[in-house]
Design a binder for this molecule. Structure first.
Ligand code: ADP
Ligand code: MG
Length: 238
């Protein structure tokens, strides 16, 4: 399960409306990419879905339930940030286990889930290291591992690769796509990188100034961009 619907969702910061009424449906299991220039509202939209910001109007539903009234920890979503947000003093094992420990799982259950996630992410040899002893790509994998163990209804990624160098970014892009193929869990992925959007998405949502310019598959947007903004952003010849 992981169907997310936004119904006339708006967001204001003070007097400024950064998200005008916005409708969007994310189907269960879909890999949806929000793409658009810096400041267009991608992170805000993700934070609204995650519950880290309150909507100013409208409704967000997760699997049919009004999420607006549900606190972030109860939404069944796991967010992965570009700044990893790992605990430097804890081992990789403890970092990944953290949400499970908070949820009160037994040590045996924690170990089982952490080891399964580490296996998927090729982190098994690094479980007893600290984040400071890992490369950027490995740290990003730990952050993803911490999301995986929660078995969320959806993963929310906010520019998870923007701190990595170009070569590593290509590798992690493939890893996240493979993870999606394997788990078949809904993923909502924010980026300002057109190549990431075109190569990873089932569905791309092109945003400009908080508005949805177009929604479609990478091929649809490439072949039939609705306007010059989309064409320019996607790199379509039109
Ligand atoms: P993006 O992630 O696409 O770069 P953001 O969602 O971070 O864009 O920001 C969208 C707009 O909302 C920007 O104009 C930004 O300045 C504004 N904004 C974001 N967060 C806040 C906040 N907490 N207070 C006031 N304005 C904000
Ligand atoms: Mg952002």
């Amino acid at each position: 399960m992981g169907r997310i619907t936004l119904d006339k969702v708006t967001k204001r910061f003070g007097e400024v409306e950064v998200i005008p009424p916005l409708d969007l449906t994310i189907e269960d299991g879909e890999f949806v990419v929000f793409v658009g220039p810096s400041g267009c509202g991608k992170s805000t939209l993700l934070r609204l879905i995650a519950g880290l910001e309150d909507v100013s109007g409208g409704q967000i539903r997760i699997d049919g339930t009004d999420a607006t009234a549900v606190p972030p920890a109860k939404r069944g979503l796991a967010m992965v940030f570009q700044s990893y947000a790992l605990y430097p003093h804890m081992s990789v094992r403890k970092n990944i286990a953290f949400p499970l420990r908070m949820a009160g799982l037994s040590q045996a259950e924690q170990d089982r889930k952490v080891e399964a996630a580490a296996e998927v992410l090729n982190l098994t040899p690094y479980l007893d290291r600290r984040p400071g002893q890992l490369s950027g790509g490995q740290r990003q994998r730990v952050a993803i591992g911490r999301a995986i163990v929660r078995e969320p209804a959806a993963f929310l990624f906010d520019e998870p690769l923007s701190n990595l160098d170009a070569a590593l970014r290509v590798g992690m892009r493939l890893e996240i796509s493979e993870l999606h193929n394997r788990l078949k869990t809904t993923m909502v992925y924010v980026t300002h990188d057109q190549v990431e959007a075109m190569t990873m998405a089932d569905k791309i949502v092109v945003l400009q100034a908080g508005r949805v310019e177009q929604v479609g598959s990478p091929l649809e947007l490439y072949r039939a961009p609705r306007n010059r903004f989309v064409a320019g952003f996607i790199g379509s010849p039109r």
